[in-house]
Design a binder for this molecule. Structure first.
Ligand SMILES: Nc1ncnc2c1ncn2[C@@H]1O[C@H](COP(=O)(O)OP(=O)(O)OP(=O)(O)O)[C@@H](O)[C@H]1O
Length: 329
């Protein structure tokens, strides 16, 4: 087995006009792993994988995929990379089997559609029109289309968004079956549970940067060191006063005022230190809550708050993309 990584991306950067979507992303995906790209909406996940897939040209940084340069060798890359991007859409009347046959015709040595229907649990739906499929079935079809060219790397973006828990679990089983068939997978998700369940390693992306990389266990351990303290003062206190009170506390990694309550992220002895600091500023607490940070909380606080305006709707991207020329921006 080769030890050359499937993906090696270094210091990727990409802007859309004045929006800096990806500021600095470096990551390495090894052969045979399910690699999670995790982050909240607008963090820059899709833009990152689109650069890896050769669909967008980076403004800065370098990327190598399966030994190829996606910016200059996109056509060769598309033969070996399967893409399932958000917003999969097909002509309404196209039947499942017809869609697979159509996509198979783009490749010299496609996978057997019968096998793919079986793998994706779509055999009973092979004669069903796209418009009559459930959300989960549509997603599974888009995965089947991404796999029809027998890719070495499959990029699956927000695969289970909008699915009910049952369909989500079924889809997770499919992802594992694909990995077991020898395909390296990049899984883009904003669902912690999904990343934890499926991924060998995760890159957490926040505000266009990699906040951390590790196995789910390593990342959860890191998150558990993080605490979130929420203090509501007895009497109204100006936001600036609350923030100034905790500004110099060493273990505070992030502080904000939300709905008149001071919300502090930190580690170590942050709880005691913040309470002492508030008392020194004559702020008395009416209500104090200590929460264990979620994974996302932990990393958002490690990297600073997300920039306003990043929560806009994601762009519309093409469905599973076979040999068409890459959309350049
Ligand atoms: N084609 C585009 N034109 C302009 N801005 C864009 C475009 N695509 C993405 N953006 C902006 O770039 C930022 C990063 O978007 P991106 O889709 O990469 O993030 P994401 O983490 O995949 O988010 P989501 O999960 O919502 O898709 C966002 O602020 C988004 O609004």
């Amino acid at each position: 087995m080769s030890t050359t990584p499937v993906v090696r991306a270094e210091h990727l950067r990409k802007s859309y006009g004045s929006t800096l979507a990806v500021q600095d992303v470096s990551l390495t995906v090894e052969r045979g792993e399910i690699y999670g790209v995790l982050g909240r909406n607008g963090a820059g996940k899709t833009t990152t994988v689109e650069m890896i897939a050769g669909l967008r040209r980076p403004d800065g940084g370098t990327v190598e995929v399966l030994g190829l340069d996606p910016t200059t060798q996109a056509a060769a890359l598309h033969e070996r990379v399967g893409l399932q991007l958000q917003e999969s859409a097909m002509p309404d009347r196209l039947r499942v089997r017809e869609a697979l046959d159509l996509y198979a015709s783009f490749y010299p040595d496609p996978a057997d559609p019968v096998d793919l229907l079986d793998l994706l649990g779509l055999t009973a739906k092979k004669d069903t029109a796209f418009k009559d499929l459930s959300g989960g079935q549509k997603q599974r079809l888009s995965v089947a289309l991404a796999l029809v060219g027998r890719p070495e790397l499959a990029i699956l973006d927000e695969l289970t968004t909008g699915l009910d828990p049952h369909a989500r679990r079924e889809t997770w089983a499919v992802v594992e079956a694909i990995r077991d068939a020898g395909v390296t997978i990049i899984l883009v998700t904003h669902l912690m549970e999904e990343a934890e369940r499926l991924c060998d390693r995760i890159a957490l992306i926040a505000s266009g940067r990699v906040a951390a990389v590790g196995t789910p266990t390593e990342i959860v351990t890191l998150a558990q060191g993080e605490q979130v303290l929420r203090v509501r003062p007895q009497t109204p206190v100006a936001d600036a006063v609350l923030l100034a009170a905790v500004a110099g506390v060493p273990d505070v990694r992030d502080a904000a005022v939300e709905d008149r309550a001071l919300v502090v992220h930190g580690g170590g002895t942050v709880v005691q230190d913040v309470m002492v600091a508030l008392a020194r500023h004559d702020v008395r607490a009416q209500d104090v809550r200590l929460e264990r940070a979620s994974l996302e909380d932990a990393f958002v606080s490690l990297t600073g708050s997300d920039t306003a305006g990043r929560d806009t709707a994601p762009p519309t991207t093409p469905a599973a993309t076979p040999t068409t020329a890459p959309a350049e921006v």
